[in-house]
Design a binder for this molecule. Sequence first.
Ligand SMILES: C[S@@+](CC[C@H](N)C(=O)[O-])C[C@H]1O[C@@H](n2cnc3c(N)ncnc32)[C@H](O)[C@@H]1O
Length: 221
Amino acid sequence: MRLRRKADTIDVLQGKERIVLNAEQWKGRWMELFVRNAPVHAELGMGKGRFITELARLHPDINFIGIDRYDELIRRAYEKALVAGAGEMPGNLVLVRANVEHIDQMFAESELSHIYLNHSDPWPKKRHENRRLTHPRFMNKYMHILEPGGEIHLKTDAASLFEYSLNVFADMNLRMRNISLNVHAEGTPPGHVFTEYEQKFVAEGLPIYRVEVLTNKEAGS
Ligand SMILES: C[S@@+](CC[C@H](N)C(=O)[O-])C[C@H]1O[C@@H](n2cnc3c(N)ncnc32)[C@H](O)[C@@H]1O
């Protein structure tokens, strides 16, 4: 997802509380940005931020980080967060402009407890396999920055990415649970939080695939 860039976006974001444009400087000390100590959940590739801002509103006892590589998407998410926080950035939400490629330089060992991958770009061509956010080269980084017993929650409209990801998780001996080939088949589950992409695909009648992965430090590719 890419939006047309507005001339003032960097000025809007720079220096704002809990907006991070230099992620690597916070490695090992993200907790300093939040108003309270709590487990940290991160969405990688949050897009316009509906999912992460809504989770932050629903779960004040958890700290959330939304990451995307485009300034304009951080701005959209920031605008949503301000609405949720009645004009202020919620104390349990940080929005980060960064590329997931560098995630191991952004977080220290065991700094996260959950990672959400929602409608990640499927990169269907074989030659682009290593760009998929569930490729083993990314998974090995996630294993390091997730705490023992940490979780990865994946949902996608792309059957090809889902199938590929299940195979990667199985090859890494990771335990999976709550696997669904159509999350909304019998109505939306209670407490379910939609992403922007998910809203669009569900409105079109397409199935959403979902899995939860439990990490362990012994897993390897
Ligand atoms: C298809 S959109 C899904 C957005 C949102 N998660 C949703 O479900 O509505 C994928 C998002 O991932 C972001 N993205 C893709 N690769 C990324 C990377 N390497 N680092 C950071 N963001 C990335 C894109 O900019 C885009 O906003």
